[in-house]
Every structure is written in C-alpha cells, then in structure tokens.
Design a protein around this ligand. Structure first.
Ligand code: SF4
Ligand code: SF4
Length: 195
C-alpha cells in the first residue's frame, strides 16, 4: 500500500489536527472521571477503567508468559547449554553473545565459557528458547525485567546470573520470586533514587 504524500492545507497547519487530538484526550479523561466518581459513589459496579494500579494491584500472567531468561541446569549443577550458537543465530536483536570453551571433561565437546544477553536490546520474542535443541534456555522465570540503571552495562546478564535464576526458581518457586520482585518494585516506587 502506498500512502498519499499530499497533505491538505488544514493538515499541514497541524492546529486543527492537534485540537482534534486534544478533544479526544479530554473526552476520554472526562468519561473515565465520571465512571470513577460513579463507582466511588456506589452508582456503578464495574471497574471504571482497565488500568491496573501496579505494583499494588497485579495482573496474573498467562502460563506461557515470557519473563526473564534463565539457563537451565543438570541435577549436578552443570549448565545444559552446549554452546551451539543456535539461540544467538535465531535472535533477531543480536543480543546474545557466546564464547565456546573446551570442557575439562573429554566426554563433553564444549560448553559456554561466556554466555551473555544484553537485555536492553532484547525484544523478548522467545526465538532463542524455540531455537535451543537441548532446552538449555527458558523464559519461564515468571518475572519481568527489573533493572533500572543509567549504565547500559548493568543490563547485560552474564552466564552466572542466568544460571543463578534457575537455582532461585528451583529453591523459591515462581510465586515467591514474583512476590520478591513486587517488593522490590514497591521499594523503587517509594525511593526511586536509592542505590
Ligand atoms: S527473547 Fe528474542 S530478542 Fe531476546 S534474546 Fe531471545 S531471541 Fe533474542
Ligand atoms: S542456549 Fe541452547 S541454543 Fe543457545 S547455545 Fe546453548 S544449547 Fe545452543
């Protein structure tokens, strides 16, 4: 489809269009305000607006929700990843960095000496999880990104972080992890500049 490149004069002036937009915003604002007041006065049962007061009010995530990544582990604590690079190849954001290393055990061909995800670039598409042939990477942690830093380096999750997330999930379970995440969010909300 090709867009018309010619704009009528009224659109070119922007004033009419901006006024129209303002009118729509005001209409929604007043409608929602009336609904909220009606609910407060007991004149209305239904929730006035669909907005959740996060983090005080939380929405249940669907079972297939894609949360923060984790690298899965064998029972003996070894990482399952075989450094095959399929996840990095499938990643549309090119935000997975892997360095394969020789494993001390001669029975194992290689393992990821370095495995990093730049979550600032990640679009949480889940392609890496789909691409992995050995179920070594998952996004079932149930929690969403929670780094709020001015330094882009803080958003890079290394192998140990991703492995620790699997241990935490195993020890605490998704509900407790989510609870801890929400406590953290409430803390940030109360004191956004605390280190
Ligand atoms: S979720 Fe998507 S963008 Fe993020 S690391 Fe995986 S493949 Fe890349
Ligand atoms: S996480 Fe899976 S797809 Fe990615 S390098 Fe490791 S084994 Fe391969």
């Amino acid at each position: 489809m090709r867009r018309s490149e010619k704009m009528p004069l009224l659109q070119k002036l922007y004033v009419v269009e901006a006024t129209k937009g303002l009118f729509v915003t005001c209409r929604h604002f007043i409608t929602n305000l009336v609904k909220v007041l009606a609910k407060m006065l007991g004149l209305r049962r239904a929730a006035p607006v669909a907005t959740y007061e996060y983090p005080d009010e939380i929405r249940s995530y669907p079972p297939r929700y894609r949360g923060r990544h984790r690298l899965t582990l064998y029972d003996d604590g070894r990482v399952k990843c075989t450094a095959c690079y399929l996840c990095a190849t499938a990643c549309p954001a090119k935000c997975i960095y892997i360095e394969a290393a020789e494993h001390p055990d001669s029975q194992i061909e290689k393992y990821p000496g370095r495995y990093e995800i730049d979550t600032l670039l990640c679009v949480y598409c889940g392609f890496c999880v789909e691409a992995c042939p050995v179920d070594a990477i998952r996004m079932d942690s149930g929690i969403h990104p929670e780094v709020y830093s001015g330094d882009p380096r803080d958003y890079i999750e290394d192998k140990e972080t991703l492995m620790q997330r699997s241990r935490d999930l195993d020890e605490k379970g998704p509900d407790l992890l989510r609870q801890m995440h929400l406590e953290k969010m409430r803390g940030i909300e109360k004191n956004p500049f605390a280190k």
